[in-house]
Each structure stands twice: as structure tokens, then as C-alpha cells.
Write a new protein. Structure first.
Length: 637
């Protein structure tokens, strides 16, 4: 025989898996309401935001296109005014005696290459003096040599229009861009408006009369178009047909070649579009200046141009966010309102399940819909349960009385039976001792048989008393270490049955009636060692974590049991062998099953004849939760 202490520890129990929390009904209803309301809302919100962005961008481009159109119109009006002023002068000059002859005579008389007072010079001087948009007026010969200017008179050396691009092709009034020092006082190019002077029926060309436009006049037009944003606003420029800058919001760029985006914009044929240059997207726009061949162009960085659109996006996003919050709060409140009667039903069911069968749901009176009818059904169920409980209590009291009487009857019968058995045993002993010689061999065998039968009946009586005591001695469930209990049980079994009891793996703590579990293990271990023909009878005990239960396995190397008798062996006084083959009364397994069932567990057997048996005892880890009203499955995990 081996010691009762465990000789081998192999862990077979693992930590229980974590279970995911399932959303409650309120969460599901709220989620459903959110999906039904937020789905269209979010889609509509994104569609409207995208539509607002596109519309905002179109509006920004249209505003800039309108700005360049107005600026182009203003520049055109300035050029038209200069043209009209020059036309008025050229119509009056022939009448004032300005002809090619008089101009040549005046030039010859001066001897300096310029004249001081050609005929009609007062009109030109007044034109420059009275109009602030004109910085100078001048008269030139047909070949372009300037012979008179106002208000500047120092023409040494005399300037010539021949150095101005486009003059050689000029036949009618045009606007040129060039430098005529000292007319402008600086070497920066300025716009020049010239008109031919023609006289006689043949309209012979006498010379040219022109105006030097004040660059500040064009700059003022561009700055007014830029708006209050100042330097942070768009960049505007007036370019000629050769893409040279005539006027710019930065005066130092006048006369230079226009940036690359200007010919790209001209080639696109669009009045406004988006182009990428200087490593950034820009909004660009253009407008033609009438009667001048010039164009007004505008460029503004996309980030600056669409600043209002960005603000609009933030506003719309904030509105959508606030709407989402409002819908969430509304959905939560609506879910609470919808689920209020269901919560009342849940609370009522919990109270009824807790044992307060006299509780009734008020919802049955306040509502007449499906929930009201369900509440009425709950109330009817409470009435029925209360009536059944009263009946069960009456039956229970009757059963307790009957059990008490039955226990008393069993005790009385077994007491009288054992008393009679002692008398029979005494008589048999008397016969054997006093009349053994006269009885002979056969008679002595019969006397010995009487003694064996008396001993068996005594065992049956003891087992009956043990069953009655087991019913009476039910204790409270406590938490105790199983290893210590197994050691005690093995110590008791070793005194009655030879064999080895081996424990595999760690043994947990159980929550059960310690004395009853000890009796259960004693019966099963003793059964495995008793019904055993092996040279070394052995029982292996292990405990496996089976989720909500502890599974206690007892494997023996005994005689085994045919599968057809697996249920029969748990019946009271059931035996599959002759009494003289293996001792026992047939009550051990019946008692074991009764103990397991009282602990709300299960007892199973797996066995084949001649292959040993494995008994499995499944005991709940928390038996008290199984009888508590309103028990939740997640409390056990």
C-alpha cells in the first residue's frame, strides 16, 4: 500500500477564458436609433459639406473674376479717356496752324532739335496740367523724334519713339510701353498713349502727339481691386500683348516679363482657373482691356483664397458634430423612454425570481398594449407560483413528517432486527460449542452458514442506518482544501482495503459539505480497491477544471463493468457479483450518487468489463449561486 499523500503534481486546470460583455438592450436600441438617424444625417452632412466647398470655391473664383473684369474696365476707361483727350487735341492742332511746314520751320528756327512753342501747345500743356493721371504730354515728328514736351522742356538729347517697342508698326492710336527720359524723370518703363496728327484731304501724317500715363494711376486701380487685405491679398498686374508687365501691385516689377502662369492662363482660354506654381496651388483670373491689347491678371494662393471656405468647412463640421451629439442624447433619451416599461418588467421578474411572489407589476394596469398584457401574464404567473409554493410547503411538511416517521421506523426495525440477529448468532454459537459433536460435519456447516448470513444481515442493517444518518447529517457548504480531505479518506480506506491511491496534479479548494464529500470519496475509492483482481490494486485521483465545475476523476484497474449495467450499479442494494466473491452490500454507489445529486452535481461512469473503471464526479465551483434568485452566468466566470 502507498501513502495517502500525493506523489505526483501535474497541472491540468487552466485559467477560465474571459468572456466578452454583450451590450444590454438599452445599448442595442440606442445603437439602432443612431444608425437609423445618423446614417442619412452623416451622408447628407458630407454631401452638403462637399457641395458647400465646391460652391464656395466657385464663388471665390467668380469674385476674383469679377474683380479683374472691373479692373480691366477701369484700365480701359483710363485708356479711352486718354484717347479721347488726344483726339480732341489732334482735331484742334491743324486749325491752330500746326502743319508739317510750320513744324519744320519752328524746328529749323530753334536750331536745337526741339521747339519751344509749337502751334497748339497750350492745349497740350493744359492737358498735362489739369489731369493728374497724365505725367507728361509730347509732340513727335513722323519718324518718332520728340520735339516738344510739357511740363519738361529739357530735351537734350532729344528722345525718340523709335526706341519704343511697337512704334514702327503703329498706324493709328496705340498704347505703348517704353522709357522716354527725361519725360518720365526715371528710367522705369511707363505707358505711352500716342495719336497721329494728320492734315489735308490726303490726311498726310504731320507727326505724333502723345501722353505719358502716370503709373500711380494704374497702381491705384490695382490696389483698389486688391481690397483691404493689403499685401496679404491677391497679386494683380496689367500685361501687354507681349506679356510684359505694364502695371503691378509691386511697382518694381513694371517692364519685366510676366511670370510663366500668365501665358499658361492666356493659352487655357479660361477667365479663371486653378494653377500650380511656386510649389503651391493658386487661383488665377484674367480680363482683357478693351482697345488696348492688354490684360489684367490676378493670382492669389489657394490657402488665402479659400480661407473663407476653410472657415465654412469648420463651421459645417462643428454643426455636424453638435448635431451628432444632439442626436446621440436624443437617441439615448428615446431609448430610456422606450425601455422604461421593459425595465419595469425586468425588475418585477427579478423580484418575483427573488422569492417575493406577492409582488405585482403596476404596468398591467397602466398599459393596455403588448407590454401591459405581458405584465398581466407575469402577475398571473406570480399568482400561480404563490399557490404552487403554498402547496409545496404543505407537501414539504408532510414529507418531513413522513421522513421522520420512516427514519424512526427504520431505526426501530434495524434495532429489533440486530437484537434478533444477536440471539440467532448466540444460539448458533451455543449449538456449535455444546452440540458440535452430535451435529456432525453437515450440521456444523449449516451452523457456520447461519453465522455468515447473520453477519451479512448485520452489514445491511448498518448500511440502512448509514443511509438514514446521511439524510439527517446534512451540513452547510464550506470552502475547504481537497488535498487534506483526500489524505484523511485514504487513511481510513487503507485500514479496510489493500492497494495504492495515487493523486495526480494539484487539488483545488471545494465549496461543499466536507463530511459528505469525504463519504463520497471513501465509497468510490473503496469500490475501486475492493472490486479488483489485480496483483496491485490502484486508484488514480485527479481534478480537472471544467469551466463552471470541478471534475473529479477516479480511475481504477479493477474488474470493470459491462456498459449495459452502468445505470444498474447505482441502484440501492444492487450487486453484479456473488456475495462470496466480493464483499459489500450494494449501497455504496447508490449513496455516492445521492451525495453528488444533493450537491447539484453529476456522477458518471466509463468502464468496460476487464478494463477497469473511471468514475467522474462533477461538482459546481459555486453551488450557492445555482440556487440564488436572479443568478447571472457571468458571475461564475
Amino acid at each position: 500500500m502507498s501513502d495517502a499523500t500525493p506523489t505526483e503534481q501535474t497541472s491540468t486546470a487552466g485559467a477560465p477564458p474571459r468572456r466578452l460583455r454583450v451590450p444590454n438592450l438599452r445599448g442595442k436600441v440606442t445603437l439602432l436609433l443612431l444608425l437609423l438617424s445618423l446614417g442619412p444625417l452623416v451622408v447628407a452632412g458630407f454631401v452638403n459639406v462637399n457641395r458647400a466647398v465646391q460652391q464656395g470655391k466657385r464663388s471665390v473664383r467668380a469674385r476674383h473674376a469679377q474683380a479683374v473684369l472691373m479692373t480691366g474696365a477701369a484700365v480701359g476707361a483710363l485708356l479711352d479717356r486718354a484717347r479721347d483727350d488726344l483726339h480732341g487735341v489732334t482735331r484742334r492742332l491743324p486749325g491752330r496752324g500746326l502743319t508739317r511746314t510750320t513744324l519744320a520751320e519752328a524746328l529749323a528756327n530753334s536750331g536745337m532739335g526741339w521747339v519751344e512753342a509749337p502751334p497748339g501747345h497750350d492745349d497740350l500743356r493744359d492737358l498735362a496740367r489739369l489731369n493728374s493721371q497724365y505725367s507728361a504730354t509730347f509732340v513727335a515728328l513722323p519718324d518718332g523724334q520728340v520735339v516738344w514736351t510739357a511740363p519738361h522742356h529739357n530735351l537734350d538729347p532729344p528722345p525718340s519713339l523709335a526706341s519704343v517697342a511697337g512704334f514702327s508698326e503703329a498706324e493709328v492710336g496705340v498704347t505703348l510701353l517704353g522709357v522716354l527720359p527725361p519725360l518720365s524723370g526715371v528710367s522705369r518703363p511707363r505707358p505711352l498713349r500716342i495719336e497721329p496728327i494728320r492734315v489735308g484731304p490726303e490726311q498726310a501724317l504731320v507727326g505724333w502727339v502723345g501722353i505719358v500715363l502716370d503709373p500711380s494711376a494704374l497702381s491705384d486701380l490695382l490696389l483698389r481691386a486688391r481690397g483691404p487685405e493689403g499685401e496679404a491679398g491677391p497679386v494683380l498686374a496689367v500685361v501687354d500683348a507681349d506679356d510684359r508687365i505694364v502695371a503691378h501691385t509691386r511697382p518694381d516689377l513694371v517692364g519685366r516679363k510676366a511670370p510663366d502662369y500668365v501665358p499658361r492662363l492666356r493659352a487655357s482660354g479660361l477667365s479663371t482657373t486653378e494653377l500650380t506654381f511656386a510649389d503651391a496651388p493658386h487661383v488665377v483670373a484674367r480680363a482683357s482691356v478693351r482697345n488696348g491689347g492688354w490684360q489684367v491678371v490676378l493670382a492669389v494662393p489657394g490657402e488665402s483664397a479659400y480661407r473663407e471656405v476653410s472657415v465654412l468647412i469648420w463651421i459645417l463640421t462643428a454643426v455636424i458634430g453638435l448635431t451628432l451629439i444632439f442626436v446621440l442624447l436624443f437617441a439615448d433619451d428615446l431609448a430610456n423612454r422606450l425601455l422604461a416599461p421593459i425595465r419595469a418588467l425586468e425588475e418585477g421578474a427579478r423580484i418575483l425570481g427573488g422569492g417575493a411572489l406577492d409582488y405585482r407589476l403596476e404596468l398591467a394596469e397602466s398599459r393596455k398594449d403588448e407590454l401591459g398584457r405581458l405584465a398581466a401574464a407575469f402577475n398571473q404567473m406570480g399568482d400561480n407560483l404563490q399557490a404552487h409554493r403554498d402547496e409545496l410547503r404543505a407537501y414539504g411538511r408532510s414529507l418531513e413528517t413522513a421522513n421522520a416517521e420512516l427514519d424512526a421506523l427504520v431505526y426501530g426495525i434495524t434495532h429489533d432486527l440486530k437484537k434478533s440477529l444477536r440471539s440467532i448468532d448466540a444460539f448458533a454459537t451455543f449449538l456449535e460449542e455444546d452440540h458440535g459433536r452430535s451435529l456432525g460435519t453437515v450440521g456444523l456447516e449449516l451452523v457456520h452458514g447461519i453465522g455468515g448470513k447473520v453477519e451479512r444481515i448485520n452489514e445491511l442493517a448498518d448500511d440502512l442506518i448509514a443511509l438514514v444518518q446521511q439524510e439527517r447529517e446534512r451540513g452547510e457548504a464550506t470552502r475547504f482544501p481537497l488535498a487534506a480531505l483526500v489524505a484523511e479518506v485514504v487513511g481510513r480506506v487503507r485500514k479496510k482495503c489493500p492497494g495504492v491511491v495515487r493523486v495526480e496534479g494539484p487539488l483545488p479548494e471545494l465549496c461543499a459539505d466536507r463530511a459528505q464529500i469525504g463519504l463520497l470519496l471513501e465509497q468510490l475509492i473503496e469500490n475501486g480497491l475492493t472490486f479488483n483482481r489485480a496483483e496491485a490494486p490502484e486508484v488514480v485521483l485527479r481534478v480537472v477544471d471544467d469551466g463552471l465545475d470541478w471534475r473529479i476523476e477516479l480511475q481504477d484497474n479493477g474488474i470493470g463493468i459491462e456498459p449495459r449495467y452502468h445505470d444498474h450499479i447505482f441502484e440501492l442494494f444492487s450487486r453484479l457479483n456473488q456475495p462470496d466473491e466480493f464483499p459489500g452490500s450494494g449501497t455504496g454507489l447508490s449513496l455516492a450518487r445521492r451525495i453528488v445529486e444533493e450537491h447539484r452535481g453529476r456522477l458518471k461512469v466509463h468502464s468496460e468489463l476487464g478494463a477497469g473503471s473511471r468514475f467522474e464526479v462533477l461538482l459546481p465551483k459555486e453551488p450557492m449561486l445555482l440556487t440564488r434568485p436572479g443568478m447571472r452566468l457571468d458571475e461564475l466566470t
